[in-house]
Design a binder for this molecule. Structure first.
Ligand code: ADP
Ligand code: MG
Length: 241
């Protein structure tokens, strides 16, 4: 069947004419006519100066904000057509989020934070437990699982946030400056974990960043200037020897 756009099996995100204007005394075009196509398994960095629209674009792709005009397809679903409740449900099932400020629930342990989305989705206890353990192991935090966020370092908290983002087996993970509050060594470690999840489990990541070491790990780098895509570069994958 012919789709509305040139979608195919491996397309996870597709935007057309995507624009967001913040109204005000002086309206701001935060995202300006963005056409973006992201495939399954990509590891993409969104870069650009502060105020260039990275957060707004990620929020539009993640269904956290509505565009002024244009479309966002996640696989075959045009999310701009969903009702508020449908969108909440769609986000929960399809999109993982990692934020700059970790956004963990302070009263819950690391394990419970990761488990939370699965509880909402009524995943049976046994499956839930197994998945939480697997995820915390993948981010190297199995031994910290009963600690609350306040007892964990910033890097550890962000690794919990990555595990949490993956709990619902989302189509992709959006990470808005995930390393902004981390020192460069801890940031590099977080990126290593994300890169490993991408390589070994095929998790699709799109992350915004200022950090050159983080940019260096990306396989595709999209640069925004004044809300528009100024460049879009795919790098050759260097195989480890
Ligand atoms: P970045 O994440 O690259 O720093 P943002 O997406 O946060 O960029 O911001 C893009 C532009 O939109 C900036 O000019 C910013 O001031 C403006 N902006 C962002 N959020 C809002 C908002 N809620 N209301 C009004 N203007 C906003
Ligand atoms: Mg931002």
């Amino acid at each position: 069947m012919k789709k509305e756009h040139d979608n195919h099996e491996n397309c996870v995100i597709h935007t057309e004419d995507l624009t967001k204007v913040y109204e005000g005394v002086v309206p701001v075009k935060a995202v300006d006519d963005v056409h973006l196509h992201i495939e399954k398994g990509e590891f993409t960095a969104l870069v650009g100066p502060s105020g260039s629209g990275k957060t707004t674009l990620l929020n539009l792709i993640g269904g956290l904000d509505n565009p002024t005009s244009g479309k966002v397809w996640i696989h075959n679903q045009d999310i701009t057509q969903l009702s508020k409740n449908e969108l909440i449900d769609f986000r929960l099932k399809n999109i993982g989020f990692v934020f700059q400020a970790y956004n963990l629930i302070p009263v819950l342990t690391a394990k419970e934070n990761v488990e939370f989305v699965m509880l909402l989705q009524k995943v049976p206890a046994e499956v839930r437990n197994q998945r939480v353990h697997q995820l915390l192991e993948e981010v190297g935090l199995l031994d910290q699982m009963n600690k609350k966020p306040s007892k964990l370092s910033g890097g550890q908290q962000q690794r919990v946030a990555v595990a949490r983002a993956l709990a619902s087996k989302p189509q992709f993970v959006l990470a808005d400056e995930p390393t902004a509050n981390l020192d460069s060594k801890t940031a590099a470690k977080l990126l290593d974990i994300m890169a490993k999840l991408n390589r070994d489990e095929g998790v699709t990541f799109i992350f915004s960043t200022h950090d050159q070491r983080v940019i260096d790990q990306a396989r595709r780098v999209i640069t925004l200037v004044d809300g528009a895509i100024a460049s879009d570069e795919k790098k050759e994958v260097l195989e480890a020897v």
